[in-house]
Design a protein around this ligand. Structure first.
Ligand SMILES: *[C@@H]1O[C@H](CO)[C@@H](O)[C@H](O)[C@H]1NC(C)=O
Ligand SMILES: *[C@@H]1O[C@H](CO)[C@@H](O)[C@H](O)[C@H]1NC(C)=O
Ligand SMILES: *[C@@H]1O[C@H](CO)[C@@H](O)[C@H](O)[C@H]1NC(C)=O
Ligand SMILES: *[C@@H]1O[C@H](CO)[C@@H](O)[C@H](O)[C@H]1NC(C)=O
Ligand SMILES: *[C@@H]1O[C@H](CO)[C@@H](O)[C@H](O)[C@H]1NC(C)=O
Length: 232
């Protein structure tokens, strides 16, 4: 009886242990809703559903690493990430709502370079919107877009028309300007972007920059531009 009880108890602990360490499992789906348009055909021929699914999985792991979210409790609790290739409203390049990414076929059709590389960069950006915190909707839009392009930058998918280091007029201008500024901030304190994102879980304040780096974002932007001799 004692032996039986021991086995039962150890099974219980084993199960509890397994459950506690179970990685958040995310299912990735990609649906081509516009397969017969020239953009939809180009997507099938030059990118493909399998490659896109793999890129979604890779970017998710990359984003969790950038955000230093090793415990599941630190992550957004989505168990699915769904992407749609479609004729987006107003021909939008791409946008994300919750855990759904939408990729526009008119952009895919008209893009003049390597569409596979371009879409990979776009997916790193859009997948960041799926997993980043929004400060209970109070984070400036420019910072949200800047973090998404910061991830794209770190993944190695910078585009030639991006702002260069030191360019831009405001720290929260968004996209590549803010991405490069955040890269500067992260250079001052390794893990800065991860810590900033953690703080944005339930709200937002510019004071987060002061708490982490001792200066306001405006002050840091002046320093950043001075570093690159671009004080305009
Ligand atoms: C695409 O074309 C095929 C073959 O003509 C057709 O069967 C299919 O319904 C079309 N799909 C869409 C979404 O229009
Ligand atoms: C995509 O992956 C599925 C499942 O792994 C496989 O059966 C299919 O052949 C792949 N398609 C292409 C175009 O590689
Ligand atoms: C995803 O990551 C794996 C492992 O690093 C790599 O082998 C694979 O090529 C990547 N796939 C894509 C689509 O980037
Ligand atoms: C995409 O949708 C717009 C209307 O929203 C329409 O005018 C256009 O013809 C559609 N394009 C394709 C390729 O279906
Ligand atoms: C988020 O903001 C709303 C509206 O301002 C507020 O009611 C709610 O308590 C906030 N939630 C958190 C977690 O701070």
């Amino acid at each position: 009886m004692a032996k039986f009880l021991f086995i039962v108890i150890s099974c219980f602990f084993f199960l509890a242990f397994q459950k506690g360490n179970q990685a958040l499992t995310v299912t990735y789906t990609v649906t081509n809703r516009d397969p017969n348009s020239s953009g939809g055909i180009r997507f099938t021929n030059e990118v493909g559903i399998n490659y896109t699914k793999q890129t979604l999985a890779n970017s998710t792991n990359f984003i969790w690493a950038i955000f230093q979210q090793t415990a599941d409790a630190d992550k957004k609790q989505y168990t699915a990430l769904n992407a749609f290739v479609e004729n987006t409203t107003n021909g939008y390049i791409a946008y994300t709502v919750g855990n759904e990414i939408h990729l526009g076929t008119s952009y895919i059709q008209s893009y003049s370079g390597n569409i596979k590389t371009e879409l990979t960069g776009i997916l790193f950006h859009e997948a960041t919107h799926v997993w980043q915190w929004f400060g209970n909707s109070s984070t400036p839009g420019g910072l949200i877009e800047g973090i998404a392009d910061y991830v794209r930058l770190k993944a190695g998918y910078v585009v030639s028309n991006w702002a260069k280091n030191g360019q831009g007029t405001r720290w929260d201008e968004g996209y590549s300007v803010t991405a490069r500024f955040l890269d500067y901030c992260n250079g001052l304190r390794n893990g800065f972007v991860a810590e900033l994102n953690k703080k944005m879980r339930s709200g937002y304040s510019n004071n987060f920059f002061v708490e982490l780096l001792g200066k306001t974002p405006d002050q840091l932007f002046v320093d950043y531009k001075a570093k690159y001799n671009n004080t305009a």
